[in-house]
Design a protein around this ligand. Structure first.
Ligand code: GDP
Length: 346
C-alpha cells in the first residue's frame, strides 16, 4: 500500500503517471480539505475533486481544476443575475452567526452563491450537489468521496484528510488594504494572491481528527508527498496532531515543488515566506521534518541533510510524471521501502 498526500496541482500531476510504478489498486490518495468552501449551500472540495477528475479522466488539464469541456451556463446566469440586480459578485461571506450554523463541515467558510465568485462548471456542479446531498443524508465526507470515486471509475482509493471542518485562513499584513483575514479561496480566486500575507491559520485543526481511512492508509505503507504547496495543501494535514504523528512514524518521500528557490506555479513561495519557511527546496525540507528522503529537480543543487534522488521534475505530461514516479520509487528504495512491482512489463 502506498499513500499519496495531495493538493490540487503538483501531486495530481504526479498521479497521472504514478500507476506505472505504483499499483493503483494498492494506492490511496489523501486529499487536502482546507481549501473547501460552501458556496450557495453546496460543499465544494477543490483538491478532492481535482484528484477525482484526474483519476476519472475528466480533468481539465489546462487549468488543473474542473471538468474538461464543461459548460458554465448556470454560473454565467448567476453572474448576470447579480449584475442585473446590482449585487456585488463578492466573495460574499454569510453573516458571522451563519458561519457555524448548519452542517459542521462548512464551518468558517460559508459563502453566498450570489454572483458565485468561483467559477463552477455545469457538470462540476452536479458533483457538488451530489456530495452535499449525500452529506445531508448522513454520510461522512470519506464515504461520499469514495462513492464519487466509484461513480467516476477512479482506480485509486481517494479519501479526505478529515471528516471534520478545517478551514485555511490567510491573515493579511496590517498595512494591506484587504480585510484582516480571509479564506484561502478568497485570497487565491478573488484576489489572485495579491494581499500581503502575515500568517496562515488552519481553523478547526486543533479539534479535528484525521479521517480513519487516511490514518489507516498512512500506517499501512510508505507515504509520498507530491510537489504540492507545503503551506496550504500539506499544511492543513500536518496541523492535525494525529496525522502529523502518523507521518512521523511512516516512511515518507517528498517531491519538491521548487527548483531551489523557483516555484513551478502558484503562491507557495509567498505563503512559505509568510509562515517562516525559506521559500525554496530548503524550506520544504524544513516544513517536512518527518520526510526520510526527497526527490529534487536535476537542476536543484540544494544540499539537504537527508537522502536525495534527482530527476527532471517538470511534469508537462504523463511520461514526465512517470519519470518522477520512478525517482520516488528510487528514493523509497534508498530508505528501504521499495514499492512492490506493479506486474506490468516495462
Ligand atoms: P493547489 O492545491 O492547486 O495549490 O496545488 P498543489 O498544492 O497540489 O500544487 C501546487 C504546487 O505544485 C506549486 O507549489 C507548484 O510549484 C507545484 N508544481 C506545479 N507543477 C509542477 C511540476 O510540473 N513539477 C513540480 N515539481 N512541481 C509542480
Amino acid at each position: 500500500m502506498t499513500t499519496f498526500l495531495s493538493g490540487g496541482t503538483g501531486t495530481p500531476k504526479l498521479l497521472a503517471g504514478a500507476d506505472s510504478v505504483f499499483d493503483s489498486a494498492e494506492t490511496t490518495v489523501v486529499a487536502n480539505t482546507g481549501d473547501d468552501v460552501e458556496l450557495g449551500g453546496l460543499l465544494v472540495c477543490p483538491d478532492v475533486d481535482t484528484v477525482l477528475f484526474e483519476q476519472g479522466d475528466l480533468l481539465d488539464r489546462e487549468r488543473w481544476w474542473g471538468i474538461a469541456d464543461d459548460t458554465t451556463e448556470t454560473h454565467d446566469e448567476l453572474r448576470a443575475l447579480a449584475d442585473a440586480a446590482d449585487l456585488d459578485a463578492g466573495p460574499r461571506y454569510l453573516p458571522d452567526e451563519a458561519q457555524t450554523a448548519g452542517r459542521d463541515l462548512a464551518d468558517w467558510r460559508r459563502f453566498s452563491g450570489v454572483g458565485e465568485f468561483m467559477e463552477i462548471g455545469d457538470r462540476d456542479r452536479a458533483v457538488h450537489l451530489t456530495r452535499t446531498s449525500l452529506l445531508d443524508e448522513g454520510h461522512s465526507l470519506t464515504e461520499v468521496t469514495r462513492t464519487l470515486a466509484g461513480a467516476l471509475d477512479a482506480p485509486v482509493d481517494v479519501v479526505p484528510m478529515s471528516d471534520d471542518p478545517v478551514a485555511s485562513i490567510v491573515r493579511t499584513d496590517a498595512q494591506s488594504d484587504y480585510a484582516d483575514e480571509m479564506h484561502f479561496q478568497e485570497f487565491w480566486v478573488a484576489h489572485r494572491a495579491d494581499p500581503a500575507v502575515a500568517d496562515v491559520d488552519f481553523r478547526g485543526a486543533d479539534a479535528a481528527d484525521p479521517s480513519p481511512a487516511a490514518l489507516d492508509a498512512i500506517a499501512a505503507g510508505p507515504v509520498v508527498i507530491g510537489p504540492s504547496n507545503p503551506v496550504t495543501s500539506i499544511g492543513p494535514m500536518v496541523a492535525i496532531d494525529a496525522l502529523r504523528e502518523a507521518l512521523r512514524d511512516a516512511t515518507v518521500v517528498a517531491v519538491s515543488p521548487f527548483v531551489e528557490d523557483e516555484v513551478f506555479s502558484g503562491p507557495a513561495a509567498k505563503l512559505m515566506d509568510a509562515v517562516g519557511y525559506d521559500p525554496s527546496t530548503r524550506g520544504v525540507a524544513a516544513a517536512y521534518p518527518f520526510a526520510d528522503a526527497f526527490v529534487l529537480d536535476e537542476a536543484d543543487g540544494t544540499d539537504l541533510d537527508r537522502p536525495v534522488v534527482r530527476t527532471d521534475t517538470e511534469m508537462a505530461d504523463e511520461r514526465d510524471a512517470e519519470c518522477v514516479a520512478e525517482a520516488v520509487a528510487d528514493a523509497l528504495e534508498l530508505v528501504g521501502r521499495a514499492p512492490e512491482p506493479t506486474g506490468e512489463v516495462a
